[in-house]
Design a protein around this ligand. Structure first.
Ligand code: FES
Ligand code: FES
Length: 159
């Protein structure tokens, strides 16, 4: 089988896998990286959301070949060695209920704040609307994103 090479959570990785295997399967089944969840498998629920070169992507609809030479970050590597401010805000707002969707929600929220440091409620709702939460934690997700935006502003010297 072909070998693909990429960086996963800061470490170089090589895997021997069919090039068309969905990358979520590579993460979960080959590499035992189970933070990205399998919800729909067709790119519509957001449970698998991770980052490719710092931008949110859905590994369930990306073939393994697409990550060759790229940087992949999953929830496991987001805040290493400590918690990311978005993760801290999630804890402070007690967002999670069952938790299944939460890795994807957090990875999507980090990407939103990278693109928009101070999103409005409407912008948060629009950006996060493709990340489904069966437990309905949306109000707490919004609060956590606002809390994280403030923390990031303070960390960047914005007061
Ligand atoms: S499992 Fe990837 S978007 Fe649903
Ligand atoms: S916390 Fe249960 S699905 Fe979102």
């Amino acid at each position: 089988m072909p070998v693909i090479h990429f960086t996963l959570n800061g470490k170089p990785v090589s895997v021997d896998t069919p090039l068309d295997m969905p990358f979520l399967w590579v993460l979960r089944e080959v590499l035992s990286v189970t933070g990205p969840k399998y919800g729909c498998g067709v790119g519509v629920c957001g449970a698998c959301t991770s980052h490719l070169d710092g931008q949110a992507f859905r590994p369930c609809i990306h073939p393994a070949s697409s990550v060759e030479g790229h940087q992949v970050t999953t929830i496991e590597g987001l805040g290493a060695p400590g918690l990311h401010p978005v993760q801290q805000a999630w804890i402070a707002e007690d967002v999670a209920q069952c938790g299944f969707c939460q890795p994807g929600q957090i990875m999507a929220a980090v990407d939103l704040l990278r693109r928009n440091a101070h999103p409005t409620d409407a912008e948060i709702d629009a950006a996060m609307s493709d990340n489904v939460c069966r437990c309905g934690t949306y109000v707490r997700i919004r609060a956590a994103i606002k809390r994280a935006a403030q923390a990031l502003q303070q960390a960047n010297g914005g007061g």
